[in-house]
Design a protein around this ligand. Structure first.
Ligand SMILES: [Zn+2]
Length: 287
C-alpha cells in the first residue's frame, strides 16, 4: 500500500540520512526502483513529473501500475507515489487519482500567491492523508520546459511557507536540474544552514541530485536535507546501457530483438544507479 512521505522523511531527518526520490517513466523504471528498494530494505519515493504522467497516459494509469506492482512483487518497504513539480491543477488530479504525495511548485508565483495556493493544497493533502512538498526560490536548469537559473531561496520566505503546514520543503541553494555546467559554483551551504535554522524539524529537499559530488551530498544531509531527487542520472544510465547493447549488435543475435531482452541492460543499469544512490544517501536498511 502506498504511504505518505511524512513518516519516512521525519525519520530520515532525525536519523541524519536522506530518502531518494527516483522519477519513473514506464514499467521498467518503476519495477527497477521498487525491486532495488526492497532488496536494500530502503524506503523510497517514486517521482512523477506532469510530463511523465502524460506520457504514461495519465495519473490513474500510474496509480494502477504502481499499486499492482506493490502487490505482485511483494513490496513491503514504505513507498510514496509523489507528483514532482506539480501545477495547482496537476495536484488536484493526483489527489483524485490516488497518489500519496504531491509537490506544488508555486516558485514562479509572487510569494503571496504561492502562499494562498499552498495553503489550500495543504488542507486538501491533510484531509487525504497525503504529504505535500512546496518550493521556494526557483531551482535552475530545465524541468519539463521550465527553465530557471539556480537561485538561492530567501530563508524568511522558506520559513513563511514551512509554517503553512507543508510536509517537506524544497529550497533553491544553487542546485540545478539536469547536468551541471563546468563553471558551476557548488551548493550554498550558508543558505542551507540559514534555512534549517529557521525551519527547524522540517525535512528539506534537494532537487537536481544528478552530478552533485558525494561530499556535497553528505554535507547537505548533515544540514537537514532528508529527500534527494534523482532523475537525469537514471536516464543517462539507461541510455548508455541500451546503446552498448545495440552497438554490440546483440539485438541482431537470436531473439535479441525481444523487448524483454532489449530493455534488460537499461533496467539493470537503473537498478545499479538506484543502489549507488541509496548507499550514498544512507537509506539502506532504514525501511
Ligand atoms: Zn525538481
Amino acid at each position: 500500500m502506498l504511504v505518505s512521505a511524512k513518516d519516512m522523511l521525519e525519520k530520515a531527518k532525525a536519523g541524519h540520512y536522506a530518502v531518494g526520490q527516483f522519477n519513473i517513466n514506464n514499467l521498467e523504471w518503476t519495477k527497477a526502483i521498487l525491486l532495488t528498494a526492497q532488496e536494500l530494505n530502503s524506503p523510497v519515493i517514486l517521482g512523477v513529473s506532469e510530463g511523465a504522467g502524460k506520457y504514461m497516459t495519465g495519473y490513474k494509469t500510474v496509480v494502477g501500475m504502481v499499486n499492482g506492482m506493490l502487490e505482485e512483487l511483494n513490496i513491503t518497504v514504505p513507498v510514496a507515489l509523489h507528483l514532482d513539480h506539480g501545477s495547482y491543477e496537476g495536484c488536484l488530479k493526483c489527489i483524485e487519482a490516488g497518489f500519496s504525495s504531491i509537490m506544488f511548485d508555486g516558485s514562479h508565483y509572487p510569494i503571496d500567491e504561492n502562499v494562498a495556493k499552498t495553503t489550500e493544497l495543504v488542507k486538501l493533502a491533510n484531509e487525504n492523508g497525503m504529504s505535500i512538498e512546496a518550493e521556494v526560490g526557483s531551482i535552475g536548469g530545465e524541468e519539463d520546459g521550465v527553465i530557471g537559473k539556480g537561485e538561492c531561496a530567501d530563508p524568511n520566505e522558506c520559513k513563511a511557507i514551512a509554517d503553512l503546514g507543508v510536509t517537506m520543503l524544497a529550497a533553491g541553494i544553487g542546485n540545478i536540474h539536469g547536468k551541471y555546467p563546468d563553471n558551476w559554483e557548488g551548493l550554498s551551504f550558508e543558505t542551507l544552514d540559514a534555512i534549517q535554522q529557521l525551519t527547524g524539524e522540517m525535512p528539506l529537499v534537494l532537487h537536481g541530485g544528478t552530478g552533485i559530488p558525494a561530499d556535497m551530498i553528505k554535507k547537505a544531509i548533515t544540514l537537514g536535507v532528508a529527500k534527494i531527487n534523482v532523475n537525469t542520472e537514471c536516464q543517462l544510465a539507461f541510455a548508455d546501457a541500451t546503446r552498448k547493447y545495440i552497438e554490440a549488435g546483440k539485438d541482431l543475435e537470436g531473439k535479441g530483438f525481444d523487448p524483454r531482452k532489449l530493455l534488460a541492460p537499461g533496467f539493470e543499469a537503473i537498478k545499479a544507479t538506484v543502489k549507488e544512490k541509496m548507499e550514498l544517501f544512507g537509506s539502506v536498511g532504514k525501511a
